[in-house]
Each structure stands twice: as structure tokens, then as C-alpha cells.
Design a protein. Structure first.
Length: 568
């Protein structure tokens, strides 16, 4: 769901001087952060030297640098040929890994998912989607597929044959759309790339290829082994989605993505399921590109893709069966839908994505303030949301302009009310079945947050779920709430993102630096914004950050659904 690119007005672009200063600030800020990572890099280098010896390490570094430069040079002059070569290489890698049969199975499921999403779009909007709607169509099919597994399981009709029958029906009804969508969604490759873009895309492509290799192997990540994979396996064994109290408490939450991945598990076990998950994560790249285009600003897409590919948490979840990154795909798709001014049912579609995101990971609720702003401001233009202000405003005597936050006419207010209602309706359609599932299986529709309404209120008011992190910063070890006063205050809140990035061993067992640095580097992007747009950004950011900080366990993963949205 995209709109034609809109050229910004001439007076909306920053001056060349401001642009130069902004670039300098970004480079200096990035340099300071990267200097902080030097000890981590030194530790990794020492570990590699101990395993392979200094000579082998030096040779590998030199060979890797030459290979990277050669790939970038080839990509610069022949991007189409390099894309074909990478696709062929990725396909050939399925042979030695034993995934040669799993790949076509997964691709067929992906095709049915796309057509299912296309059918959902047709029913909701009353019109056919376009070829550049591929990513939102896949996202809606992903949500619908998870709901199909849930509902069929509750009806005691879930199984391999019922899934095959459903796929046959979808293919029969929507088969003609395959040619239409493929014809409209052809990729356009430039004849040549700049050196900056070629080096940037080389990093992105090589990162994806490396993750693809790992996705072709069994998943041995902690959370996947503890509950994500058992949840998927048990859906196939029991032919329904059930709560599993014998596992971690997280298994009692709604899990739309695991239900969708179980479709792959029905037809080949973990191998096709892993490929499905990989492509679902890769779709986030497409969603963020669509969002950048919807915002109406000229953007260098390679830099935007770099911001995603260089984010360690995101790339980690491409190769591990976690759900946070896919939740980010659905949140970003909701924002894309809200900015599509050519669709009548765009608010309902956005609600479908948002409800599916919450059913995938409950922390998607953090995106509500940003999506509400997009929903309200979208009535003007997508360009104003992006920072352009060439929309006519009301003027009072004296030349002072108004209209930035002046309520519209009653007709506009009624329109906003209808669209907010449509958004809520769409979210209820995708989240409602999971709430019913919780109520029928546990006795309360918000289980496992609480056993009943009074219990939920008492827990929230008592701070059970909203407790500040308790850390002993002098010893860099976590300590319990009983023997320490929780760390509160503005200083602790501002320090927490830095600590999670560079001192993450206090919080998790991954070691310092695992959280990465790109998210902090993106903060320099607000330099040069107008005061009004900076305030609007704070309004979108601060509510979820404050709630996140007050949580007992403010893990960086809980903010992952927001990352693609705020990166754009």
C-alpha cells in the first residue's frame, strides 16, 4: 500500500550548511560510539588468535577485506547480475544443508500466504491490491494464517489435510492474481551504483547471506529451545493451540507467529519452518522501505537498509525462532497502511496489523502512541507527518500562522472518529480470537497477566509489572528487589539505553556489546529538525520508553517492534 512519491517543496529542504553540519555531527557521534566498542573488538580478535593463530587470522582478515571490496566493485557496475548470482548461491546452499526439498515447500506456503493476504485485503478494502503492496499482503496473510490455525484447532479440524484443502481453495480462487501481482511488482535495478551505495549494499547482502546459512541449520537459541519450538511442535502434535503450564510463563501469552510457523512444521518439520521464519523477518526490510516512501521524504534506501542489517538484535532474530522482529514487521505495516491516503479501509487494515502484532508479542502495544499520531495527522498529508509544512494554515491578523495543532472542522473530527473506530475494529478482529482463547483456556481473557480483573488492577497499582530495574552498578551484577532500593529518576532512565548497549552483561548472559550501537547512532538523525517536529517525536517516544523503564525487566528486545518504525 504505497502512494506515488511526492517531491518536497524547495523551501522545505535544509540549507547546504545545515546538511553539512548534520553530517559532521552524525560522523563524530558514530565515531565516539565505535571507539567505545574497541575493547570488545579486541576481545574478539584475541579469542580468534587463540583458536587459529595470528597468521591465519591476519590472512583471513585480508582475504575478507579483498572479497568485500571485489563484491562491492561488481555490485557497482552490474547490480542485476550480482542479484541473480546471490539468489543462485542461496538456492545452491540448500543442497549440502539438506534443505533442497524444504525450500520449495516453504516457497509454496509463502505463495499461499501472499494470496491469502490478497484475499483479506480484497474483502476488507473492497478493491484489489497493487503489485507494490507485496509486503503488506504477506503481513496480512501471516496474521490470517495464524488465526486460521487457532480457529481450526478450536473446531477440532486442524491437520495436514485441512491445511492442504484450504491451500487448494485459496489457489483456485486467487490463482489469477499471481500473474497480476508479479507483473506489477517487478524489481528495477539501476545500471550503476555509487561507491557509497555499493559498499553499503554489500554489507547488507553479505549479512543476509550469512544469516541465511545459519537459518538452514537447526535452531539452538535459548528461547527457541525453551518455548518457541515446543509451542510450534505441540500445535502439530495436538492439532490445536494449547497453553502449556509446564513450560515458561511466556507460553501462556498469545502466539500468532508460532501458530503460523506450525503450518511449515506440518509439512516437513523444522526445516521449512525455519525458512518461513527467515523470509518473514526479511519482509521487515521491505516494510521499512515502503514506510520511508510513504513519508514523502527523499531517502537513500541503502542507508536505511544498513540501519536494519547492522542492528544485531534484528539480524539475530532472522536466524533464531524469536518473534520480536516479525512483530516489528506488523507494526511497520500498520504505519504503512495508515499513511496510504488512497485506500478507503486503510484504518481497518492498520488495525488488523496492530492487533496481529499484539497477538505476536504483547509489547507491540508500545507502538500505540506513534500509530495514534499517524492516524490523526494522516488526514492532512503524509508529507507533513514526514516534516514538511507546506500545507495551507489558517492565519490571523498580524501575520502569525496557526493550524499546526488546531482541531479541524466537525466533518474532519467525525472522519477521525470513524477511522479510529475502524482501527479499533480491525485490531479486535485479529486480537479478539486470542482473547477468547485465553478466556476459554484459563478463565480470564487477559491471562496470564492476571487471574481476574481485580487481580490485574492490584498488580498494576502495586507495581508488580512496573518495577524499576534493580542493579548494583558498583559490582555490575543484578541483585534482588528485597535487598536493594530500585534505581529511579531521570539519570537512571537516560543511562539505561547506554548500559544495555555497552554493559549488557549486567542484564543478560550474552556479554557486553550484544545490543549493538546502530540504534544509538540513529539518534543523531533528529539534528536539524524543527522544534515542532522534535516535540512530536518526543510525544511518540516518551510514553513507551517511560513504561519500559519502569518494568521489572527492561530488556532491549521489548522495544524491537518499534525499531523499524522509528528508524524510518
Amino acid at each position: 500500500m504505497t502512494v506515488p512519491a511526492v517531491a518536497p517543496p524547495a523551501n522545505a529542504e535544509p540549507s547546504a550548511r545545515v546538511a553539512r553540519i548534520s553530517s559532521i555531527v552524525v560522523c563524530v557521534w558514530a565515531g565516539l560510539i565505535l571507539v567505545r566498542t574497541a575493547p570488545l573488538s579486541a576481545d574478539y580478535l584475541q579469542k580468534v588468535n587463540l583458536l587459529h593463530g595470528p597468521g591465519v587470522t591476519a590472512f583471513a582478515l585480508a582475504a575478507g577485506a579483498l572479497l568485500f571490496a571485489g563484491f562491492a566493485a561488481a555490485l557497482r557496475v552490474a547490480p542485476r547480475a550480482v542479484a541473480i548470482l546471490c539468489t543462485l548461491t542461496a538456492t545452491l546452499l540448500t543442497i549440502p544443508s539438506g534443505n533442497f526439498v524444504a525450500l520449495p515447500v516453504a516457497l509454496l506456503i509463502l505463495l499461499v500466504t501472499l494470496l491469502l493476504g490478497d484475499a483479506v485485503f480484497r474483502v476488507v478494502s473492497g478493491e484489489e491490491a497493487r503489485g507494490n503492496d507485496i509486503v503488506p499482503l504477506f503481513a496480512s496473510g501471516l496474521v490470517a494464517g495464524g488465526l486460521f490455525v487457532l480457529v481450526m484447532g478450536e473446531l477440532r479440524a486442524l491437520g495436514r489435510w485441512s491445511l492442504i484443502a484450504a491451500a487448494i481453495v485459496i489457489l483456485a480462487v486467487r490463482f489469477r492474481r499471481i500473474r497480476e501481482l508479479s507483473r506489477e511488482s517487478k524489481l528495477h535495478f539501476p545500471e550503476r551504483l555509487s561507491w557509497l551505495d555499493s559498499f553499503t549494499l554489500t554489507f547488507v547482502i553479505s549479512s543476509l547471506l550469512a544469516v541465511w546459512v545459519i537459518a538452514l541449520t537447526p535452531d539452538v537459541s535459548w528461547d527457541a529451545l525453551m518455548y518457541h519450538l515446543p509451542e510450534i511442535r505441540d500445535i502439530v502434535i495436538r492439532n490445536r493451540v494449547e497453553m502449556m503450564p509446564d513450560l515458561l510463563p511466556q507460553t501462556l501469552f498469545w502466539r500468532n507467529h508460532e501458530a503460523y510457523l506450525s503450518i511449515g512444521y506440518f509439512f516437513g518439520g523444522e526445516r521449512p519452518m525455519r525458512i518461513l521464519h527467515f523470509f518473514a523477518g526479511v519482509a521487515t526490510f521491505g516494510a521499512i522501505v515502503l514506510l520511508a516512501q510513504q513519508l514523502g521524504r527523499p531517502v537513500r534506501l541503502p542507508i536505511l537498509l544498513l540501519a536494519i542489517a547492522a542492528y544485531p538484535f534484528g539480524m539475530y532474530q532472522l536466524r533464531a525462532t524469536y518473534v520480536d522482529w516479525v512483530c516489528g514487521l506488523l507494526v511497520t505495516s500498520a504505519a504503512v497502511a495508515l499513511l496510504d491516503r488512497e485506500r478507503r479501509a486503510r484504518a481497518v487494515m492498520a488495525g488488523l496489523f496492530f492487533g496481529g502484532a499484539i497477538a505476536t508479542k504483547i509489547f507491540a502495544i508500545f507502538a500505540a502512541p506513534a500509530l495514534l499520531i499517524l492516524l490523526v495527522k494522516r488526514g492532512r498529508t503524509a508529507r507533513e507527518v514526514a516534516g514538511h509544512s507546506d500545507v495551507p494554515r489558517s492565519t490571523k491578523p498580524g501575520g502569525k500562522t496557526y493550524g499546526a495543532f488546531i482541531p479541524g472542522s466537525s466533518a474532519r473530527e467525525r472522519k477521525h472518529a470513524r477511522e479510529i473506530g475502524g482501527f479499533v475494529l480491525g485490531a479486535a478482529l485479529t486480537l479478539g480470537p486470542w482473547l477468547i482463547w485465553s478466556h476459554t483456556h484459563s478463565g480470564f481473557f487477559l491471562a496470564p497477566l492476571a487471574a481476574d480483573g481485580p487481580s490485574l488492577v492490584s498488580r498494576i497499582t502495586g507495581g508488580y509489572y512496573l518495577v524499576s530495574p534493580t542493579l548494583d552498578h558498583s559490582t555490575s551484577t543484578a541483585i534482588t528487589e528485597e535487598n536493594s532500593r530500585p534505581a529511579r529518576g531521570m539519570n537512571a532512565m537516560l543511562r539505561l539505553p547506554w548500559a544495555l548497549t555497552f554493559e549488557s552483561s549486567r542484564f543478560e548472559a550474552f556479554g557486553n556489546g550484544y545490543g549493538g550501537v546502530v540504534a544509538l547512532m540513529l539518534l543523531a538523525g533528529v539534528f536539524g529538525w524543527s522544534f515542532r517536529h522534535f516535540v512530536l517525536f518526543l510525544v511518540a517516544v516518551l510514553p513507551p520508553l517511560v513504561v519500559w523503564f519502569l518494568m521489572y525487566d527492561p530488556s532491549s528486545r521489548y522495544l524491537m517492534p518499534l525499531y523499524p518504525l522509528y528508524a524510518a
